[in-house]
Design a protein around this ligand. Structure first.
Ligand code: ADP
Ligand code: MG
Length: 157
């Protein structure tokens, strides 16, 4: 199931996505490179997860993450996209994003409308915020993983 691989630590470059307009919906998602996605356990279920994220050696923030099928590759490859629950002054393409995935929210779903999609994501964000305040998830915010200056290791645990 989804929980067996968690917590899952991962770090890699933020690349340009395929322009599904996440930012226009008010929920930008930082996409990992194909190389990072390929390094994920192949049996990790698609769906919506939550955890902690940090850009470069910046602050650690709450995040929600989607592991989904990548339409750009005709859904034969996965995409991993992180929405950091923080307002950034600027985009951070090309920077190193470090994340730890600590919990699972729900499987992927199709929505009848954009409004239904946005509502579901807002609920995911609220759920993530609540869960991440619990001690077992909160403790990972302080993990040494986020305080390594090199920031070059992909998939270090
Ligand atoms: P793309 O299709 O290129 O991924 P998005 O509309 O999903 O475009 O926007 C993602 C980009 O927005 C990220 O790569 C990052 O540079 C920027 N960004 C700004 N704020 C955030 C945030 N809170 N969470 C994630 N990405 C953000
Ligand atoms: Mg994106």
């Amino acid at each position: 199931g989804a929980m067996r691989q968690l917590p899952y630590f991962c770090r890699g470059e933020v690349v340009k996505g395929f322009g599904r307009g996440s930012k226009e919906l008010g929920i930008p998602t930082a996409n990992f490179s194909e190389q990072v996605v390929e390094s994920f356990p192949s049996d990790i279920p698609t769906g919506i997860y939550y955890g902690w994220a940090c850009v470069g050696n910046g602050d650690v923030h709450k995040m929600v993450l989607s592991i989904g099928w990548n339409p750009f590759y005709k859904n034969i490859k996965k995409s991993v996209e992180t929405h950091i629950i923080h307002t950034f002054k600027e985009d951070f393409y090309g920077e190193i994003l470090s994340i730890v995935i600590t919990g699972y929210i729900r499987p992927e779903k199709n929505f009848d409308s954009i409004d239904a999609l946005i509502l579901a994501i807002q609920e995911d964000i609220e759920e993530a915020k609540r869960q991440l305040d619990l001690p077992e998830h909160l403790k990972l915010k302080e993990d040494n993983f986020f305080h390594q200056p090199e920031g070059k290791i992909v998939n270090s645990r």
